[in-house]
Design a binder for this molecule. Structure first.
Ligand code: NAD
Length: 453
């Protein structure tokens, strides 16, 4: 099929290249001419494992191109997927990008003679597709829904794993305005082994929020248990989770083997979730629930625990170094909100750095992906030093804080830290190190869920 995808962010570009890999002809539409030109030369605007390889491959097969011309892309395609941003502004979903694109798509649809399907892949609160997008499309196309197709198809990819997730989707939820819309959208996945779930538009929208809120809830729950554990002598939350994970409903036993499902990685404690989804989507869900007359107290707590979780790092740091942090030199290892991405949006690193700077700390930052050539915009106004190697980062520091569980950091040894740091104090925000090994080698080690009281 011929597909146009509007938005060349994480979702739009990964959707575009994966659909091209499935055999469709894809045109991705962006606004930035430089980014579009680079993409046509095989250079994605952000880092995602295997994305460059796949982009180059579909370009070579002539199944993919990028453009800034939305109207032409629409006229040349059968399906348009909208994957623009839906940030949360002042605690509420901001639909301005969606509305703007719906207007442009509607206007282009006016001149389209054949049937065209529009699918929303951005995360939007329930009723958006039916009550916001549909009327705009109808107004500007001068057609009724049904003359054109309409779907809501939430995206479940995980940054850092996006290409793999898009090529092997665990589910395709198709919220359909009518049967024809759903059937047309399903053609995109005709040759893909996955489960297609057909729903109405609102259910598809709600499914995405429920999925994200569930994962965010598990994380905040795990962090609340960590906070309590930190206060109890000789309790390490890592041991607690080992015991909890052995529940055979979490790790089923098949023959002699225990299966370790991916959900376990959400029932672990750390310095909080970040990224472009969980923080904004939980907030948007709370405000949507409130508009519907529901308090959403659980999700409100999930959000509030997460907001304050990075402060636990400062609490652990002070318990190791003393209350006065002024003029201390501290390394922050990891800026991205999780490994295998260069995305800093809502990363706990930003809150931790903020607190350190407020306390008068000299902050040295390192991240293997987020800082290569250019200073990430999120840090541009922060008086921190960015360095390119871990060694430079920890050199002569008074403490090192692990924020992102990069494999590169997990490999570092007690010997390495002792050799380069002024005071070998490690605050492990992701629990990537073997506590006993660090303690027995004479380092001061504290981590989320283990304060060593
Ligand atoms: P993003 O900010 O990385 O990308 C959005 C892109 O849309 C930007 O490049 C922006 O320039 C572009 N855009 C906006 N208006 C446009 C227009 N009129 N014409 C062309 N391009 C336009 O966002 P993202 O992370 O890709 O997320 C997109 C949507 O998918 C959001 O609703 C998000 O919640 C959802 N989502 C994201 C993820 C994720 O992991 N990033 C996962 C699932 C769902």
């Amino acid at each position: 099929m011929n597909v146009s995808v509007i938005g060349i962010g994480y979702v739009g570009l990964v959707t575009g290249v994966s659909l091209a890999q499935f055999g469709h002809k894809v045109i991705c539409v962006g606004r930035n001419k430089d980014k579009v030109r680079n993409m046509n030369q095989g250079l994605p605007p952000f880092y995602e494992p295997n994305l460059t390889l796949l982009l180059k491959s579909v370009l070579k097969k002539k199944r993919f191109q990028a453009t800034t011309d939305l109207e032409k892309s629409l006229l040349k395609s059968d399906i348009t997927i909208i994957a623009v941003g839906t940030p949360t502004v002042a605690g509420r979903i901001d639909l301005s990008q969606i509305k703007e694109v719906a207007k442009q798509v509607g206007t282009a649809l006016k001149d389209k003679k054949s049937y065209h399907l529009v699918a929303i892949r951005s995360t939007v609160v329930p009723n958006t597709t039916e009550k916001v997008v549909k009327p705009i499309l109808e107004k500007y196309s001068k057609k009724r829904a049904g003359e054109f197709g309409l779907c809501m198809n939430p995206e479940f990819l995980r940054e850092g794993n996006a290409v793999e997730d898009a090529l092997n989707p665990d589910r395709i939820v198709i919220g359909q305005y009518d049967i024809k819309s759903g059937k047309t959208f399903a053609l995109l996945y005709k040759n893909v082994k996955t489960t297609l779930l057909f729903t109405n538009l609102q259910t598809a929208e709600m499914t995405k929020y429920a999925a994200n809120a569930l994962l965010a809830t598990l994380i905040s729950f795990s962090n609340e248990i960590a906070r309590i554990s930190e206060k109890v002598k000789d309790v390490d939350v890592l041991d607690v989770w080992r015991g909890v994970h052995l529940d055979k409903r979490l790790t089923p036993i098949h023959g002699k083997r225990r299966i370790k499902p991916g959900i376990l990685s959400y029932i672990l404690s750390g310095c909080g979730y970040g990224g472009s989804c969980f923080p904004k989507d939980t907030k948007a869900l709370i405000s949507f629930a409130n508009e519907m007359g529901e308090k959403a107290s659980l999700i409100r707590s999930v959000d509030s625990i997460n907001k304050t979780q990075p402060q636990r790092i400062i609490f652990l740091l002070k318990s190791a170094i003393g209350k006065n942090l002024k003029n201390k030199k501290i390394a922050v290892l990891g800026l991205a909100f999780k490994p295998n991405t260069d995305d800093l949006r809502e990363s706990p690193a930003l809150s931790v750095i903020d607190e350190l700077l407020l306390a008068g700390v000299q902050v040295i930052c390192h991240d293997p992906r987020a800082y290569k050539e250019r200073i990430p915009p999120e840090l541009s106004s922060m008086p921190v030093v960015l360095v390119k190697t871990v060694q430079e980062a920890v050199k002569n520091t008074d403490a090192a804080i692990i924020i992102t569980a990069w494999e590169e950091y997990a490999k570092l040894t007690p010997k390495f830290f002792k050799k380069h740091m002024r005071h070998p104090i490690i605050i492990d925000g992701r629990r990537i190190y073997d506590k006993s090994r660090f303690l027995s080698n004479g380092l001061i080690y504290k981590g989320i869920g283990y304060s060593g009281v």
